[in-house]
Design a protein. Structure first.
Length: 185
């Protein structure tokens, strides 16, 4: 009786070993791809946070109080914003030269009466779209002017690698933008 029970148990053990191997062979690649996806999503999210902070720093620097009646000897808001974006990208250990103008810059109305819509300021050495002065809010009732500000936007490449595909190196462009109200003295 005992030997018969032992044979049945041994038979069950040997039968399930092959099933476990087959299940592992089916599940492990899927689990590996899920873990790889989580890793690359985390990397992209971290990069997105860094470039968004850089855009915010640039907008804040460009919106710092400036003198509207002073001589034009000081740096322009767009120059201050471009420098701040470059410094923030370097602080995040990102290459500022990889920043590019956005494919479709945001469109704003100009704060200058009868002025043309502001385009990207091309005077910056890096390729960051800095638009100033832009109208951040729509005009209020009775024709009062809206809030004027500065807009900073750019895109930055994110490269990720997918194993077991025909093109393992993929690149996407992450967009960063920030708008801040201009301050005057």
């Amino acid at each position: 009786m005992r030997t018969r029970l032992q044979r049945i148990i041994r038979g069950l053990i040997h039968e399930t070993q092959a099933a476990e191997i087959a299940e592992a062979a089916a599940v492990l690649p899927i689990m590996f791809m899920i873990l790889l996806g989580i890793f690359w999503f985390g990397q992209a999210f971290s990069l997105y946070g860094a470039i968004t902070r850089a855009a915010q720093e640039g907008a804040r620097a460009g919106a710092a109080p400036y003198c509207t009646t002073c001589s034009s000897a000081g740096p322009r808001p767009s120059q201050l914003a471009a420098t701040a974006v470059q410094n923030a990208l370097q602080a995040s250990k990102l290459d500022p030269t990889q920043a590019q103008f956005p494919t479709t810059p945001q469109s704003f109305n100009s704060c200058i009466v009868n002025g043309s819509p502001p385009g990207c300021d091309g005077s910056a050495s890096n390729k960051v779209c800095i638009q100033t002065p832009v109208q951040l809010t729509s005009t209020v009732q009775s024709g009062a002017a809206g809030v004027c500000g500065i807009s900073v936007s750019f895109q930055y490449p994110f490269n990720f690698h997918l194993p077991f595909v025909t093109q393992p190196h993929q690149q996407i462009w992450l967009q960063a933008s920030a708008r801040v109200r201009m301050e005057t003295r």
